[in-house]
Design a protein around this ligand. Sequence first.
Ligand code: DAK
Length: 264
Amino acid sequence: KLIIRNFTMTQCIKIKHYNKVVLVTLNRPEALNALNDELRNEFLDKVLPLEKNSNTQCIVLTGSEKAFAAGADIKEMSTKNYMENYYNDMLSDWEKFSKMRIPKIAAVNGFALGGGCELAMMCDLIIAGKSAKFGQPEIKVGVIPGMGGSQRLTKIIGKSKAMDMILTGRMMNADEAERSGLVTRVIEDDNLIEEALSMATTIASYGKASVMMARETVDRALELGLTEGLLFEKRLFLSLFSTFDQKEGMKAFMEKRPPKFTGE
Ligand code: DAK
């Protein structure tokens, strides 16, 4: 007897290409996009290769209406023990996303908590819908941020506010996040994706090498002292004079026409 099973594979990650921009959507809405192992593996499998696609020049990462992501999956994490986490180097795979060299925009609607806030901060910039709420509430479940929150949040919003967020576990709304420098723009919820895609399309319209180097040099500002940082910037700046896009960009300006960048 042949038994046919109805087998539906759920997709935790949706990918949509818009020319040089890729929209990546976390799709586990029933758990507020909590970051479990399945979602992480699918995310890394689908997103990391985008960098090798020479056509992709900017990524927009978003979640669902109610949540960007409500953190690491507490149900999955609750029974794990120290040795297991240590040997598996728990959650460090996510850093591979942060290290991607093309720009990444987080478009945050709803909750971005714990690992969700940390994932947003792994992007190069965050734009938020008015409903967005950011927080590092790990303290409430007996742990501390573990995907970079204590370091990135402190560097971005300063010690006092980071201590406030991490020690009290409170949430910050979109306006406060913008005032604090965590978020660059606050948009009506319904227009968030459109705005993020438009921003990404602008970024993707420029010379690829200059975009990647601009991203890299700003990123290094969080790590380097001023003298080393200025040197790093100067080296990248000078290297762009070996590209076609620099010649084309400056020539087009003088000829009063839009440039045609090729990424060369
Ligand atoms: N994990 C698993 N499930 C979650 C979840 C999470 N983080 N957040 C929400 N959910 C699930 C809920 O359990 C519920 O599922 P059902 O009960 O329907 O099965 C569903 O999503 C809807 O949530 P609620 O019913 O709670 O919805 P509400 O609107 O009432 O509340 C909320 C929304 C976001 C305020 C609430 O869900 C909440 O407080 N969620 C937990 C937020 C949180 O504490 N996040 C931080 C998680 S800890 C480490 C690295 C990283 C980390 C730790 C270690 N190492 C490297 C060692 C990171 C830790 C975290 O991120």
